[in-house]
Design a protein around this ligand. Structure first.
Ligand SMILES: Cc1cc2nc3c(=O)[nH]c(=O)nc-3n(C[C@H](O)[C@H](O)[C@H](O)COP(=O)(O)OP(=O)(O)OC[C@H]3O[C@@H](n4cnc5c(N)ncnc54)[C@H](O)[C@@H]3O)c2cc1C
Length: 369
């Protein structure tokens, strides 16, 4: 049997280490699905723990990894098929969100991906199941993903969905892949649904966010940041003006999206939308926070503190308090996801079918899967 060292030396697409990634024996940056397949086939044969690295902006979710291989998606950077009239675009997973949105904006379109993405890749956003601030307007990421191509943990190439809006027969693989945190395979390519970019964009600051949410007609987002609430509006210039008048305030032109709240430890508190106001009361004054009204997600940051009572409350109402980032020691003291879901054993069996020897991001999912 080949030794692990010679298997590592034989991996295709070797590259220099990626900035910010944990140390590994080897870093690879494949530029084709076949190369990803060959790497994962070898990694599975030799049980090599493999960390998938997109833009590295949100590697703090879930268990920390001590990888043998870092697989960067930076080489998978092509726009494969752009159909402005069909409102679809197909891109490889390593395409940067900001590059894609710039390309689309040139055609007055958007994929409504996260608004302040930094270096984030499209594959990373799908893998982390991130929907961005405009979720209430455009729906969650899983509903905007029309087709996905995955390379499974043992190197098989799988495709699910299709490039038309009504396409699902059998299991809905795109939904399964969204939020899978690399546990099923490397997402190598996705086809996304698009929307026209509103010709006018504006923001108004309001005193009562809940009243504004009820009064505004299909706003892009209503976000409360540390007590200040802004309504993000889009449409024709007349629509933005009319909406602002209905909210009783003058609009500031453009969308000024908030950056993530600053603090040593970052959390995402998820509750039913109707309980978001209660959640805000729980964290106000203790953490810096941003809450998406109408969505039920609150991002908060601060010192380590004791979050057990908040987590117990969130879980008691069907929500969760998820650790997004923090110092390494914190991951040893606290489960980053909280109580594992009741469907853990089924999830485990699904993961086994895609990644039989469990080499991809092992331990990252809830329940240490
Ligand atoms: C609650 C929450 C809400 C957010 N909302 C917003 C927002 O509104 N606006 C905004 O700008 N940003 C938002 N973000 C951040 C943004 O979405 C992330 O930066 C992005 O998801 C990470 O992309 P990345 O390429 O940096 O992936 P990485 O940080 O490199 O990876 C993230 C995870 O996905 C895995 N992964 C990466 N690529 C692949 C792949 N191709 N196949 C399989 N697995 C892969 C990684 O192993 C890792 O587990 C949010 C983050 C949080 C915590």
């Amino acid at each position: 049997m080949t030794s692990v060292r010679s298997a590592l030396d034989g991996l295709p697409a070797q590259s220099s280490p990626v900035d910010g990634a944990p140390e590994a024996d080897v870093t690879v940056a494949p530029s084709s699905f076949d190369e990803v397949g060959a790497i994962l086939d070898t990694a599975s044969e030799h049980h090599l723990r493999t960390l998938i690295w997109g833009g590295g902006t949100h590697q703090g979710y879930g268990g920390r990894l001590d990888p043998v291989v870092v697989l960067s998606t930076a080489g998978l950077d092509r726009v494969v098929d752009f159909q402005p009239e069909d409102l679809t675009v197909t891109v490889e997973a390593g395409v940067r969100v900001s590059d894609l949105e710039d390309l689309l904006a040139g055609h007055n379109l958007t994929a409504a991906l996260p608004e302040t993405p930094g270096n984030a890749s499209v594959g990373g956003v799908v893998s982390a199941g991130i929907s961005g601030w405009r979720r209430a307007r455009y729906g969650p990421t899983r509903e905007r993903l029309l087709e996905v191509n995955l390379v499974t943990g043992d190197g098989r190439q799988v495709r699910g969905g299709g490039r038309v809006v009504k396409n699902v027969t059998g299991f809905d693989l795109p939904r399964l892949a969204t939020g899978s945190f690399g546990s099923l395979g490397v997402i190598v390519q996705v086809c996304l649904k698009l929307w026209p970019l509103p010709s006018a964009r504006g923001c108004v600051t309001v005193a009562d966010g809940d009243a504004a949410l009820a009064a505004a007609y299909r706003p892009q987002a209503v976000i409360e940041c540390d007590g200040t609430t802004r309504v993000y509006l889009g449409g024709t210039p007349e629509e933005v003006e009319g909406q602002s008048a209905a909210l009783g305030a003058d609009p500031v032109e453009g969308w000024d999206w908030p950056e993530d709240p600053a603090g040593e430890v970052q959390w995402s508190l998820r509750v039913p939308p109707a309980l978001l106001r209660t959640a805000i009361k729980e964290v106000r004054g203790k953490y810096s926070y941003q809450a998406a009204l109408g969505v039920g997600e609150l991002r908060m940051a601060g010192d380590e503190g004791d979050v057990s009572a908040l987590r117990t409350w969130a879980e008691s109402v069907g929500g969760a308090l998820v650790l997004v980032d923090g110092p390494p020691g914190l991951y040893e003291r606290i489960d980053p996801w909280g109580t594992p879901p009741p469907s853990l054993s089924i999830q485990n069996r699904i993961v086994q079918r895609f990644d039989p020897v469990r080499i991809l991001n092992p331990g990252r999912l809830p329940g240490g899967l």
